[in-house]
Design a protein. Sequence first.
Length: 399
Amino acid sequence: MDLSDKKWSILLVDDEEGIRKVLGIALEDIGYEVYTAENGEAALDIFRETNPPIVLTDIKMPGMDGIELLRRLKQESPDTEVIMITGHGDINLAIKSLKFEATDFVTKPINDEVLEIALKRCRERISMRQQIRAYTENLEQLVEEKTEKLLEAERLAAVGQTVAGLSHAIKNIAGGLKGGAFVLEKGIELDNKKYLLQGWEMVKGNVDKIKNLSLDLLNYAKAVEVNYQLCDPNTPAKEVGDLMTPTARERKIDLKVILDPGLKPFWFDPEGIHRCLLNLVANAMDACMDCEPCGHEKEVILETVRRDGWSVEYRVSDNCCGMENEIREKIFQSFFTTKGTRGTGIGLMITKKTVDGHEGIIEAESEKGVGSTFIIKLPQKSRGDVGNMTVDQGTSVQS
Ligand SMILES: Nc1ncnc2c1ncn2[C@@H]1O[C@H](COP(=O)(O)OP(=O)(O)OP(=O)(O)O)[C@@H](O)[C@H]1O
Ligand SMILES: [Mg+2]
């Protein structure tokens, strides 16, 4: 019998000493390491100590019989292969033992060849189980590796998209700077003060753009950190309204701020939300400027609304140019802009990231030629919910 390079161990259980001895020697002769026990209780003790993969047990024994031993072994170690030794009249018991998942049974007097076949079957089952286990583990590892590769590819694609957008934004600014430098040079060459001033304004404007771009990028990187404070949700809306009113007047836009006085303070990042609302109002006002002379009064409304299941809903709407569906689907993509050199496409990208950080929702409704409404909903958060996040204790509660 080929037991290959590995020495298999076997526990032989029989109340008859003679059988233990003879069978024990026979099994050792064919290469097994043999442990013996004279009853079920002793067998369990030895099994727990030595943990052999195969058990060969008599079915009829005083005390704990072979079937009970089989049941307990399978309960403790389901992979153990158990061969039952039965007498001639024990066929019913043998069938019962198969129900408890015995691997095989051999009848007394034991025929060496029959025993060998039963043992071979045990070893094959054990090897197969090991192979399946190794294969499954391999498969799991393979799936893990493939998933990681896919995620990495997705990450790289996202980085690629961001870099492409960013280089587009920088190229625009560089173009503006070059134009400014050209006008400046002409001014110097022709000693023309008008050109000098014009060129200088262009250079200054683009330097501002670079400054804003880098600030925006910094904010974008920071936007993942939600600096939770217990704060009145109307505060950032009011601040943005105050900040933008002079520009709105200049542009002849009617900027209305409508605050719901019934809103309760809750945990959110007031600075982050301030930036979001500022972006939305700036966009709405840009839309008004981009609107062809439409005759009607241009209006931008910034509203706070109570909404069931949410802490607050912010709404920023305008009655200006609106968007085609095709554009609306892209507006939250990194660096997407329709404003050419005037825009960088960072505004909504930061806004979405901040809202996502709050586990909130941002939506845009728009109809070409009618206007757009941007909606931000922030979830209810209590002190406990924000416990694990970056929380600034400096509260600014204004209830
Ligand atoms: N209220 C709106 N009406 C019409 N179009 C809008 C409105 N808000 C956003 N958009 C569209 O979404 C695009 C992306 O907006 P986003 O704020 O991300 O970038 P931007 O305003 O172009 O540039 P930035 O905000 O970086 O200066 C805009 O270019 C514009 O096409
Ligand atoms: Mg914008």
